[in-house]
Design a protein around this ligand. Sequence first.
Ligand code: SAM
Length: 429
Amino acid sequence: MNFEEHLKKYLTNEEISNLMDSLDKMSTHALLVNTNKIDDEFLLKKFPHLTKHPLVDHCYLYDNNEYPLGKHIYFEQGLYYLFEPCSSLIAHYLNPQEDDVILDCAAAPGGKALHTAILKKNKGIVVANEISRERSLVLSSNVERMGVSNVIVTNNSLDDFSSFNETFDKIILDAPCSGSGMFRKEDKMKEDWTYQKVLSLAELQKTLIMQAYNLLKPRGILSYSTCSFSYEEDEETVQYLLDNTNAELIEIEDRKEFYKSKSRIGIHLFPNLFIGEGHYLCLIKKPGEIFTTKIKEPKEDKYAPTLRKEFSLDGYIYSFDNIYYRLPQYFDFKKLKVVRGGLKLGTLEKYGFDLDHALSHYLTNYKNSINLNDEQVTSYVQGNSMNLDVKDGYVIIEYDDNGLGLAKAKNKKVNNKYPKGLRKNQIVL
Ligand code: SAM
C-alpha cells in the first residue's frame, strides 16, 4: 500500500490531497525562550522579527535565513531551544506542575523534556530517558547547555523501569514512528516509508504505551505523541491501551487548526492546518486513588554544606565517585543507567574543588564573574587565554550578563576552560 492510499483509513480524498500539497512547502522553525535565564523582551530586543507562536507562551517562530539562530552565541549560552512548532504543544497541554515527578520515555534530542523542565522552574524531577547511547549523549549535552538542574538523563529501555510502577505524576511518550511528519524536513524519510514499517512500529508503540501506562501514578497523565500521520500508529495505538487497561481519554480542546478523526482520540496537527511539520497528540489519564508514601532521603554528603554555601544551592546534593550533583529533591535512580544525574557541580580533588562547565550555565551572580565584550568573547570561544581584571580562582565568563563558560585566573592571567568540543573559530553575535 502506498502512503496516500493508507491515509484513506481516516481521511477523505480531499483531505489527503490538501495534506499532500502542504508536504511540498518549506519547513518552519520555532524557538522556546529559556525563561529560567531571560525573559521574552530580552530576545525580542535582539531579534525583533520573531513571531509569537499562536498557542504556546514563550515560543516564537522565526525565519532561519534572517536569523541563523543555531550559530548564535545565545544558542551556546542556552538562552533558547530550537525546535519544531508542533513539538511545543506537548508540554503546553501536559501542563507540568513544579513538584511533579515526570518521565519522558523517549527523550532525545530533548525538546519536550527540556520544555517541561523549564516550565517546572528547576523544581521537581524530569527523568529524560533515551534508549540509544549516542542519542542520550546529545540529550545530555542539550540539558547542560540549557542549564536546567531538575533533569536526570538515563539511557535505558523501558523494560528497565519495571521497578518504577506507579511512580510518575506525568509521562511523555513521544514514540519512535515512521516519521511522515518529517517528510518536509528530510527527503530520506519519504524515500524510506513503507506500510510494513508502519505496521511493525505500531506493534512496538503498543508495547511502549502499555509499559508507560504502568509507570504512571493513579490520577497521573500520559501524553502520547508521534510525528506520524498513520492512523495505525496514532488512534489505533491509543485504542489498544483503552481496550486493555482502565485508561481514560482527556479531551483536547476543539480548534479549527486541529484535526480530530471520527474516533475523537487525540488531535492531528497537519501542516495544511497548523504551523509545523505535523504531529499527533493524545492525552490519557489513569483513574484511581493516590497513596502517598514518604520517601526517606539518604543522609547528606559531608561536603554538601560547603557547596551549598559556595554556590547558594538548595535541594539535594550528592556525590558519585567524588563528582557532585544537585537535584531539587532526592530520586532513587540506582537501578537505572544514569548519563547525567542532575546539575553537575564538579569534582572534589585532593587540591580542591574543580568546577564543572555545567555550573556556568546555571549560576547567576557568582562571586567571581566577568562580562566579555564582542572581541573578547570571540577569542574565548576559540579557546584562547587572555588577561582580564578578575580575582584569582575560577571565573564565570559571561556575555550579555548570561553565563557561557569557565576560566581560571592567576594574577589577572586567565586560563581558558571552555570545553574543547564546544570551541569554534567563528560565532554569530
Ligand atoms: N521526544 C524527543 C524530542 O522531543 O526531542 C524525540 C523522540 S523521537 C520521536 C523517538 C525516540 O525514541 C528516539 O530518540 C529513539 O531513539 C527512541 N526509541 C527508538 N526505539 C525505542 C524503543 N524501543 N524504546 C524506547 N525508545 C525508543
